[in-house]
Design a protein around this ligand. Structure first.
Ligand SMILES: NC(=O)c1ccc[n+]([C@@H]2O[C@H](COP(=O)([O-])OP(=O)(O)OC[C@H]3O[C@@H](n4cnc5c(N)ncnc54)[C@H](OP(=O)(O)O)[C@@H]3O)[C@@H](O)[C@H]2O)c1
Length: 297
């Protein structure tokens, strides 16, 4: 028999299971439990991982995957993306049961096997970095969560988001890879940017440890400015001023270090020209000269 979807969802009344006791599973379970949600069961590939998490949660059992899923009305599949479809296919779902993955890039089609058995399927992707649960728990309030689901399940996931202090963002089917790939520019690619700066500094004899110490305050200042003024108005540096001589010296220095450094700098600078143009601080002639300089070579 189909389980009724609560028309006015009270997330604390749902029996929830977490399948996959990794970085996100641990954080989500602990965050939900801290808000009074009932995490009735935890499962993972290895029983010790499930037991360690269950021990931190009130009235929660570490169970084999099949039993954990059967014990809950709402099951979060917090396994690696490549294991979502296989895990969903391997379990026996009841009509009306809710099955949700937490991936950004994987479409809900990965949960098709659960849907075919009458379960309601959804995506609940917290847009935050889960490197370890202590840090991630502190970062969750105020973060965005991308929600994709229909009807009653969408309402329940929105209620859970509100409980965790997450800001909901609706995703349309078929858009997840672009949504998630783009978010990398605000996450792991930021690290690649800092790494590029550290590599160049290292090449001129500045120690790598020094680079992070010196560059992080600069990065924070830039992010603060973006928050306060928006991207275009926060722009600083030679391109924003139309300082062609400095840009030319940067290009010379980077090209001398190797072709890939120069190419990377040129590509990012060309993208920055769009923001510089939006900021309306440069006249058309200066923008054209910068464009020509960045095309050279
Ligand atoms: N980490 C992030 O920053 C982040 C952010 C947003 C969304 N996500 C999403 O969250 C999901 C989980 O990512 P994660 O970073 O938490 O991964 P993770 O730390 O590697 O954890 C995955 C967990 O799933 C378990 N597992 C692996 N294969 C399994 C299977 N076949 N059946 C049952 N359990 C299995 C592993 O179990 P054992 O430990 O027992 O071996 C592991 O604990 C992914 O969909 C990811 O895209 C992650």
């Amino acid at each position: 028999m189909a389980e009724p979807v609560n028309p006015r969802p009270h997330p604390q009344s749902l029996r929830i299971a977490i399948v996959g006791a990794g970085r996100l599973g641990q954080t989500l379970a602990r965050a939900l439990a801290a808000q009074g949600c009932q995490i009735v069961a935890v499962a993972s590939r290895s029983m010790p991982a499930a037991q360690a998490l269950a021990a931190r949660l009130p009235a929660c059992a570490a169970l084999p995957i099949e039993e954990a899923a059967a014990a809950a009305e709402l099951v979060f599949l917090t396994v690696p993306d490549d294991a979502i479809a296989a895990t969903a296919s391997a379990l026996r779902w009841r009509p009306g049961q809710r099955v949700v993955h937490c991936s950004g890039a994987t479409e809900l089609a990965a949960l098709a096997a659960a849907q075919e058995r009458g379960a309601l399927v959804g995506g609940f992707h917290p847009l935050q970095i889960f490197s370890d649960p202590e840090r991630a728990l502190a970062l969750l309030p105020g973060s965005t969560v991308a929600i994709e689901a229909e009807g009653g399940l969408a309402d329940e996931l929105h209620a859970l988001a509100a409980l965790l202090g997450l800001q909901p963002l609706a995703l349309r089917p078929g858009t997840r890879a672009a949504y998630h790939g783009a978010a990398s520019f605000a996450a792991s690619f930021l690290l690649s940017m800092l790494d590029e700066a550290a590599l160049v500094w290292e090449a001129i004899g500045l120690p790598r440890e020094q680079a992070l110490r010196s560059l992080l305050p600069l990065a924070r200042g830039t992010l603060d400015a973006a928050e306060a003024k928006g991207l275009a108005q926060a722009l600083a540096g030679p391109i924003s001023r139309g300082d062609l001589g400095v840009v030319a010296r940067h290009l010379q220095a980077f090209d001398a270090l190797g072709a890939s450094h120069g190419q990377f700098y040129r590509e990012l600078s060309r993208r920055q020209l769009v923001l510089a143009s939006e900021s309306q601080r440069l006249d058309a002639q200066t923008l054209a000269r910068l464009e020509a300089l960045l095309k050279s070579r």
